[in-house]
Ligand binder design. Structure first.
Ligand code: ATP
Length: 243
C-alpha cells in the first residue's frame, strides 16, 4: 500500500485535502496533532490551530478527538459521534485541517502515547510530528502514560500567552525529561541532541472554553460568535447540552 493510500484510508479527508496531500513529498511532511475532548469544538481551538499552522509552516493540522479521555470526568462528555460531527462541520472549510478517529477505533482509554505510536507508523521519520498542547496541560505531562517516550516520538508545541515565563518549562524538561534540553532563544524552542524539540508558540488565546459553552447552552444563553454557526446549529438541533 502506498503512503498516500494509507493516509487516505486512515483519515477522514475531504476531497481537496486528499489532493493536497497527494501532491506533497510524503517523506518530509510537518503534521500538527491537536488532541482534545472537543466537547464542543470552539473558536479558541480553531484560531490556535490556524496560528500554529502558519507560524510553524505545517502541512496539516490533524484534530484527534479523544474517545475516552483519561483525565476528564466521562459523565459530562457527550458521545463521540456528536463531538465528531461538530468537528466535521467546523473543519469543513479549511483545507489544511483534518480529522482522525484513531482514538475511537481503539478500545479502552485514549492515551496519547498509543496515538503517537500509531501516527509514527503512518508518518515515519524524517516526517515531523508536532503535538499541540496548552501550557497548563504541559505542566501535567509527568502524569501521562509513558510520558518520557512521547519526547522520542513527537515535538511538542506549547501554546503560550504573551509574557509566559520560560523558566518553568526549562526546569520541568531538565528535571523530569532530560538534563540535555537547552533553550534556543532565537527560535523560541528547547532543543535536545537526540529527543524531539519543544517549541513555544505565542498564540491568541481566546478566553473560550467548552465548559463555558455547555453552561451557556444549558442556561438558555447565546453561544453565537463563540463557535462556528454550523456547530451552533448542530447543538440547537440535537439538544445535546440541554438540561
Ligand atoms: P473543557 O472546558 O471541557 O475542559 P476545553 O475548552 O479546555 O474543554 P479541550 O477539548 O479540553 O477544550 O482542549 C483541547 C486542547 O485545546 C487543549 O490542549 C487545550 O489546552 C486547548 N485549548 C482549549 N481552549 C483553548 C483556547 N481558548 N485557546 C487555545 N487553546 C485552547
Amino acid at each position: 500500500m502506498t503512503e498516500e493510500t494509507k493516509t487516505r484510508k486512515e483519515f477522514n479527508l475531504l476531497p481537496s485535502q486528499k489532493e493536497e496531500l497527494a501532491t506533497k513529498n510524503s517523506d518530509n511532511l510537518k503534521i500538527g496533532i491537536f488532541g482534545g475532548t472537543f466537547n464542543p469544538v470552539h473558536f479558541g481551538h480553531l484560531r490556535t490551530a490556524e496560528e500554529v499552522h502558519e507560524k510553524l509552516g505545517l502541512n496539516l493540522v490533524l484534530f484527534v478527538p479523544a474517545s475516552r479521555p483519561p483525565h476528564k470526568n466521562s459523565s459530562r462528555i457527550v458521545p463521540f459521534i456528536h463531538r465528531w460531527k461538530m468537528l466535521e462541520l467546523a473543519l469543513a472549510d479549511n483545507s489544511h485541517f483534518s480529522l482522525s478517529d484513531i482514538e475511537n477505533r481503539r478500545p479502552g482509554k485514549s492515551y496519547s502515547i498509543d496515538t503517537l505510536r500509531h501516527l509514527r507508523k503512518i508518518y515515519p521519520k524524517p516526517n515531523s510530528l508536532y503535538f499541540l498542547l496548552g501550557i497548563d496541560a504541559f505542566q501535567e505531562i509527568t502524569t501521562w502514560k509513558d510520558y518520557k517516550k512521547l519526547f522520542e516520538l513527537t515535538s511538542f508545541v506549547i501554546l503560550a500567552r504573551p509574557g509566559y515565563n520560560i523558566r518553568g518549562t526549562y526546569d520541568l524538561l531538565r528535571s523530569k525529561i532530560s538534563g540535555y534540553y537547552e533553550y534556543d532563544e532565537e527560535n523560541n524552542l528547547f532543543s535536545h541532541p537526540s529527543l524531539e524539540a519543544v517549541h513555544v508558540c505565542q498564540v491568541t488565546l481566546l478566553d473560550i472554553s467548552s465548559t463555558r459553552i455547555r453552561k451557556l447552552v444549558s442556561g438558555g444563553q447565546s453561544i453565537r460568535y463563540l463557535v462556528p454557526d454550523s456547530v451552533k446549529e448542530y447543538i440547537e438541533k440535537t439538544h445535546i447540552y440541554q438540561g
